[in-house]
Design a protein around this ligand. Structure first.
Ligand code: GTP
Ligand code: PEP
Length: 217
């Protein structure tokens, strides 16, 4: 069985506000884009992943992803992270052929995993084995990956304390090590941890290119 992933991204001027200050103000949007590209590149290379669909109404996000060959659709009429995820999941389900209808697993993957390794994501999906499941972030309170049960709705509950909410909804906590899947970057400190794990090519290139930036190359 293969899994389709929805990756939500806010409008760039508002995105990753807690990460502001990690790089110069005029590089913030480029950092958000580099982190996104590293995330979707690794996700697309993971065994068990069939499609990666970004949901964002930001035109720059859409054009950068299109240029790199990734799928992006605008948000639907309802605003908010969980609404964007539901919208992406519905579009994926609608486009399923008869062989997959009502059988596929859909996941929500955060867009801020710049150290993501395809093998960590593949191992988490394999462990879920078609069950509703989630992977908590390294602080254990947030969620970096939520998987629907095969053929069932995603029912996303992202937001403050989402790990508890997902567990309470019956999702299986995925407890493997998978540090790259747990390291979402909300703050400059998270970015430093991701850097220790090993950033993807885009984030590495951006940070290296910045004179006096946080990475010495
Ligand atoms: N499409 C869409 N994505 C969203 C929305 N709200 C949050 N996201 C995305 O959901 C993911 C998780 O959100 P956060 O980690 O809180 O990221 P953020 O909201 O950009 O960060 P902060 O401004 O620091 O809270 C990020 O990839 C966001 O871009 C939304 O309303 N629509
Ligand atoms: C919205 C979430 O992300 P974060 O905690 O990284 O803001 C979440 O984990 O549910």
């Amino acid at each position: 069985m293969e899994t389709d992933l929805v990756v939500p991204v806010k409008a760039l001027p508002d995105a990753k506000s807690r990460l502001r200050g990690a790089v110069a103000p005029d590089e913030h949007a480029n950092l958000v884009l580099a982190v996104l590209l590293d995330t979707v590149t690794a996700a697309g290379e993971a065994d068990g992943v069939r499609r990666v669909l970004v949901v964002s109404s930001d035109p720059t996000v859409a054009s950068v992803l299109a240029a790199e060959g990734f799928e992006c659709v605008p948000e639907g009429p309802a605003r908010g992270l969980n609404e964007a995820l539901r919208h992406g999941a519905a579009l994926l389900r609608q486009s399923d052929g008869p062989d997959r209808k009502d059988k596929g697993q859909i996941g929500a993957l955060q867009a801020d995993l710049p150290a993501l390794r395809p093998d960590d994501l593949a191992a988490a999906i394999k462990t879920a084995d078609g069950r509703r499941a989630f992977c908590a972030d390294r602080q254990t309170t947030g969620t970096t990956l939520l998987l629907s049960a095969a053929g069932h709705p995603l029912n996303p509950m992202f937001g403050v304390g989402s790990a508890l909410a997902h567990a309470a909804s019956g999702a299986l906590p995925l407890t493997g090590q998978w540090p790259s899947l747990r390291c979402d970057v909300d703050t400059a400190q998270d970015l430093a941890v991701a850097r220790e794990l090993g950033l993807g090519l885009r984030s590495t290139a951006l940070l290296c290119a910045m004179a006096g930036g946080p990475i010495e190359c």
